[in-house]
Design a protein around this ligand. Structure first.
Ligand SMILES: NC(=O)c1ccc[n+]([C@@H]2O[C@H](COP(=O)([O-])OP(=O)(O)OC[C@H]3O[C@@H](n4cnc5c(N)ncnc54)[C@H](OP(=O)(O)O)[C@@H]3O)[C@@H](O)[C@H]2O)c1
Length: 191
């Protein structure tokens, strides 16, 4: 089956319209963009964790009257590193997560040579990135009930996103707190 991989850099509304036009024309869209990550009937997938959310596609096609086309998205690049690891630990009462990301310039669609300000520099704030890193995991860990996406409420995540002068490859430091009492009935917290 032919499909479109969408990795355009345009404003969100334009991206939304282009992706919907492809899906409406019968072509499945797999998107790297953030434009449709919070569209209620669009699954946001890390395949190892929530492939079962693909059941939303049936509801999406039905409500929009699309026969073959649909839209599926991937999450923000930084959460792809630590969410799969935390997923394996979730059942042990994962409660609170403090994250610091150290993100390469490739994540901004840039290179060190085309971004001279990044030479010998660190930028301790990436607009929008902290919020994405805190709320996108809750959709990944959410559940689909009667065609509706219900967000997870735990863990509570706090993130600091830092741009570092590295060409490729993000680094993440994760501190996780587990609610051992809720999980085991015994009174103890563990980091
Ligand atoms: N880089 C990452 O780690 C990362 C992670 C998650 C999500 N994303 C998202 O993925 C998308 C692409 O990011 P990127 O880092 O790959 O950016 P990028 O290197 O700047 O690439 C953007 C591409 O979009 C093309 N483009 C721009 N306007 C277009 C239009 N009107 N029609 C068709 N193509 C158009 C550009 O073509 P030209 O080169 O011809 O201008 C370029 O090839 C963005 O939405 C970004 O937010 C990126």
């Amino acid at each position: 089956m032919s499909f479109v991989f969408s990795a355009m850099k345009m404003d969100k509304e334009a991206t939304r319209l282009v992706e919907e036009a492809y899906a409406g024309a019968g072509i499945p869209v797999v998107s790297n963009n953030s434009a449709h990550r919070w569209t209620h009937d669009v699954p946001m997938i890390i395949p190892e964790i929530n492939a079962h959310h693909l059941e939303l596609i049936g509801h999406q096609k039905e409500s929009r009257g699309w026969d073959r086309g649909f839209i599926v998205v991937k999450p923000n690049c930084s959460i792809q590193s630590y969410v799969p690891v935390l997923h394996a630990l979730r059942s042990f009462g994962l409660d609170t997560v403090i994250v610091a990301t150290y993100q390469a310039v490739s994540g901004a669609g840039r290179t060190l040579s085309s971004w001279p300000e990044m030479s010998d520099n660190i930028i301790p704030f990436i607009p929008g990135e902290e919020k994405k890193s805190e709320i996108e995991p809750l959709k990944i860990w959410g559940s689909v009930q009667n065609g509706q996406m219900i967000l997870a409420t735990k863990p509570i995540i706090s993130t600091t996103c830092i741009r570092v002068p590295v060409s490729d490859g993000h680094l993440v430091s994760v501190h996780a707190r587990f609610d051992y009492k809720t999980h085991t009935g015994r009174d103890h917290q563990s980091d």
